[in-house]
Design a protein around this ligand. Structure first.
Ligand code: F6P
Length: 547
């Protein structure tokens, strides 16, 4: 495996960095009137303005060459082609097949996966239709009014994010609830709001072994059985999983199980049966539109030249800042309230995929890989942490995301939202010079001495990069495209860094240790040899609760 730092394009980028790191974007804009037009991409209803980045045509060419030399085209073909690119688990990563429309075969392990994908989609469609239309009744003959999804990580974040982003498309009778935390406060809060006779529980777990999900599911079942019999469970509990045996062992009839497969990673699973809450809420047609939007992005990713390929451009801009500028975080700041769950979803997608230091060949990378991804709605961020972004010492590349359509927003609100996001991007790029700050203060009537004292605090260095991602509208089609855009961005970065973006061994150690600690907390296991700090914490709990 080639080391990215040895590739000719990497060396050229290192040289580009040395030559341009002091150049201000203001100057690039001033010298190049076509910049905004050239650094712009459209895919369906998604538009990317990447002009406010610390790049010129040479850097962009070298970034594209780095993608090429790293094997992005070959790895991309391997992913779409069902090869086992998840090498540590010997699995394909075929989330792209889940949103593929039509009958063209997609094979992995010599099997065409499309017939079973279509069969599960059809089963989900029939079920969603029955629940939405009121044909599916609870055990007392009442229609379903509340859906409670119990799942965590990828079995929670995708459906939660899509249901909240697409709320305007939601069924008016259905209230959607999501329970992920094993802290019973969350489940208890939801159970206090719903009635057993009109509630449908979706137990979502790829493995059906996840402690948090199974604990919540068991408690929900006990709550339900207080007023109903075992036979009524069939009307109120369905499962989404890859694990038939565990679903049956839990007591859910596998006729009420919606299946997916080990070649669907948890954080890439909202297109699969894990998306059942989305389909229940939005309906089958809208779910299919979401798949079509993702497929649109898949086709663009598969076919567009690397230099004009939206996921590749976003990925390589990220590499530019992480590996050459030393940026260690990346901000996701959606401005629309409908997208307020989006940063958390992208956080899992990106950090669980690329938060690794071991390369596919088992060697240590020795260079930076996945960034810390964080975020919040931009407008709230402006009044909280944007201060640091504008005047602090860290370089924090940011994606600012906003919809153009007013979509029933209250009069005057959407314009204020858009004016803010556009102004922020401008401020991050332009900054404010000392001369500008001084002139402003004098124009406000301040005397020269006072102005001179204040000027250093009023200076904004600017030159802080942002991508502006515009959605024509927040609708199922565009949301499908947007999520697929980020999935492919993360994939391209993983390829350049030579890591496997589809495993997540890093979550195992804590799970393993928690098993022992739980037995010690419950007193079913004698004190084990931990470090002194952990032993003290366990003793403290036992003293407070058990002695
Ligand atoms: O612990 C991490 C993880 O495995 C995620 O990758 C996954 O999305 C989540 O837990 C939930 O897993 P499951 O769907 O198997 O319950």
């Amino acid at each position: 495996m080639s080391h990215p730092t040895d590739l000719p394009a990497w060396q050229q980028l290192a040289q580009d960095y040395r030559e341009t790191c002091r150049t201000h974007m203001r100057d690039w804009f001033a010298q190049d009137p076509q910049r905004a037009e050239r650094y712009w991409l459209d895919v369906g209803g998604i538009h990317l303005d990447f002009a406010k980045n610390r790049i010129n045509d040479t850097i962009l060419r070298h970034l594209t060459e780095l993608a090429e030399q790293s094997g992005v085209p070959e790895q991309r073909a391997a992913m779409f082609g069902g090869e086992k690119i998840n090498t540590t688990e010997q699995r394909a990563a075929l989330h792209t097949a889940l949103r593929r429309r039509g009958d063209a075969p997609v094979c992995t392990d010599g099997e065409n996966v499309m017939p079973k994908i279509h069969a599960v989609l059809a089963k989900m469609g029939r079920f969603a239709h029955a629940v939405r239309s009121g044909q599916w009744l609870g055990h007392t003959g009442q229609v379903i009014t509340d859906v409670v999804n119990i799942g965590i990580g990828g079995s929670d974040l995708g459906p939660l994010m899509m249901c909240s982003a697409l709320k305007p498309y939601g069924h008016p009778r259905l209230n959607m609830h999501f329970v992920s935390n094993v802290d019973g406060m969350q489940l208890a809060g939801v159970l206090a709001k719903v009635h057993p006779a009109t509630t449908l529980f979706v137990i979502a777990s790829k493995t059906f072994t996840t402690q948090e999900t199974l604990t919540n599911a068991k408690t929900a079942r006990e709550w339900f059985l207080r007023g109903a019999g075992e036979a009524d469970i069939a009307k109120h509990f369905v499962a989404v999983s890859t694990n038939h045996e565990a679903v049956a062992a839990f007591g859910i009839d596998t006729a009420h199980m919606f299946e997916f497969w080990d070649w669907v990673g948890g954080r890439y699973s909202l297109w699969s049966a894990i998306g059942l809450p989305i389909m229940l809420y939005l309906g089958e047609d809208n779910f299919v539109k979401m798949l079509e939007g993702a497929q649109l992005m898949d086709e663009h990713f598969a076919c567009a030249p690397l230099a004009r390929n939206m996921p590749v451009v976003l990925a390589m801009l990220g590499i530019w800042y992480i590996n050459f500028y030393g940026a260690s975080t990346h901000l996701i700041a959606p401005y629309d309230q409908l997208l307020h769950r989006f940063p958390k979803f992208i956080q899992q997608l990106d950090m669980e995929s690329n938060g690794k230091q071991t390369r596919k060949d088992g060697t240590l990378a020795g260079y930076a890989t996945g960034p810390i991804v964080w975020g919040e709605t931009g407008i709230n961020g402006q009044h909280a942490f944007f201060q640091l972004l504008h005047q602090g010492t860290h370089l924090t590349p940011a994606d600012l995301i906003v919809s153009l359509d007013k979509q029933g927003n209250l009069p005057g609100h959407h314009e204020i939202l858009l004016s803010n996001v556009f102004a922020q991007a401008e401020a991050f790029m332009r900054g404010k010079t000392a001369a500008e700050a001084r002139a402003e203060l004098l124009a406000q009537g301040m005397d020269e001495a006072a102005a001179d004292a204040l000027v250093p605090h009023k200076v904004f260095s600017g030159n802080r990069p942002t991508n502006m991602i515009l959605l024509d509208k927040i609708d199922p089609l565009n949301m499908g495209s947007l999520v697929a855009l980020y999935e492919h961005k993360v994939f391209v970065q993983g390829v350049v860094w030579g890591i496997n973006s589809f495993d997540q061994w890093g979550v195992e150690l804590g799970k393993q240790l928690a098993g022992t600690v739980l037995a010690e907390l419950n007193g079913t296991l004698a004190a084990q040899p931990h470090d002194a700090s952990t032993m003290r914490l366990i003793r403290l709990y036992r003293r407070a609760n058990c002695e």
